[in-house]
Design a protein around this ligand. Structure first.
Ligand code: AMP
Ligand code: FE
Ligand code: FE
Ligand code: ZN
Length: 271
């Protein structure tokens, strides 16, 4: 029996995780993982030559990964990409577009907050999240708490930032098919992330007809009985059944790195 375990879903300081990429590798080594994929939201900035060198010296296999945001009929769809060419121009330009649209959106949300007496500058937002390549509502909410405008992170969302709240600005709309296409043209595998979290059961049916290569069946602390239907579906469709923790470090302390994982065969299929 092989004891190869790889966590294929975690976030670093390049998006909304609290551990930097090298810390993730050290932690992976510490808990005995053989493979890791760091899947930051809309960023592949973690994947530097230095990180691959560190992975090599630790003996942890590092699989290029990313979690791209898309929207299907107003429902957010997260698409995981694995094993793509890091230097693919198609993927890089898609990510650059997402990031510039995000910057514009953050500017608009800060303007709205200002109208509500909440003064946060773009510069403060940047400085408060020095490593994040993808800054969004969670970073704004944290800053609102830090600066004493609200008592809790959730109050920032409930009163101002949640969908439809007074200072909310809708995100950049990119359809899942475009994201899947970009990942596949970069020679990567496109995987539907955490399907069990989808709220609209009718839309999920439509989404499941899109040309994914895999589906994330094992997730965080999800119990086996909840993973089974997705594993069955993966079999039926001939898709790769992937899995990972969705570790965010201190930002979601109840989920540990390695909480969900895959074996060697799945890892090799994505590599
Ligand atoms: P953004 O990508 O900037 O739209 O931010 C999306 C993130 O904000 C989500 O991944 C959640 O972490 C967080 N979020 C969205 N809505 C809420 C909410 N109502 N309460 C708490 N957190 C939320
Ligand atoms: Fe996240
Ligand atoms: Fe996600
Ligand atoms: Zn994630």
């Amino acid at each position: 029996m092989s004891d190869f375990r790889a966590d294929l879903h975690c976030h670093s300081t390049c998006s909304d995780g609290s551990d930097d990429p090298s810390t993730l590798l050290y932690k992976a080594k510490e808990i005995g993982l053989s493979g890791l994929s760091i899947t930051d939201h809309d960023s592949i900035a973690a994947y530097t030559d230095e990180l691959f060198a560190l992975a090599g010296s630790l003996g942890v296999r590092l699989l290029p990964g990313v979690e791209l945001s898309s929207t299907w009929k107003d429902q957010t769809v997260h698409v995981l990409g694995y094993g793509f060419a890091i230097d693919s121009p198609v993927l890089s330009s898609l990510i650059a577009e997402i990031q510039s649209k995000r910057k514009q959106r953050n500017r608009l949300m800060l303007e709205k907050l200002k109208e509500h007496g909440i003064a946060i500058t773009e510069d403060e937002l940047m400085r408060a999240s020095p490593f994040a390549h993808v800054i969004g509502r969670p970073h704004i909410a944290s800053l609102m708490v830090q600066k004493g405008f609200v008592a809790t992170f959730q109050q920032a969302f409930d009163g101002f930032l949640s969908d439809g709240a007074p200072c909310y600005v809708p995100g950049f709309k990119l359809e899942p098919q475009e994201v899947i296409g970009a990942i596949q043209s970069a020679k990567g595998k496109a995987v539907l992330a955490h399907p069990h979290l989808a709220k609209d059961k009718k839309l999920i049916k439509e989404i499941l007809n899109m040309p994914f290569d895999g589906i994330e069946c094992y997730y965080g602390n999800l119990q086996k009985s909840f993973t089974m239907p997705w594993v069955e579906l993966a079999k039926k469709k001939g898709w790769i059944a992937t899995g990972g923790s969705d570790y965010h470090g201190a930002f979601k302390p109840h989920i540990l790195l390695g909480a969900s994982w895959v074996g060697k065969d799945v890892f090799e299929q994505l590599m």
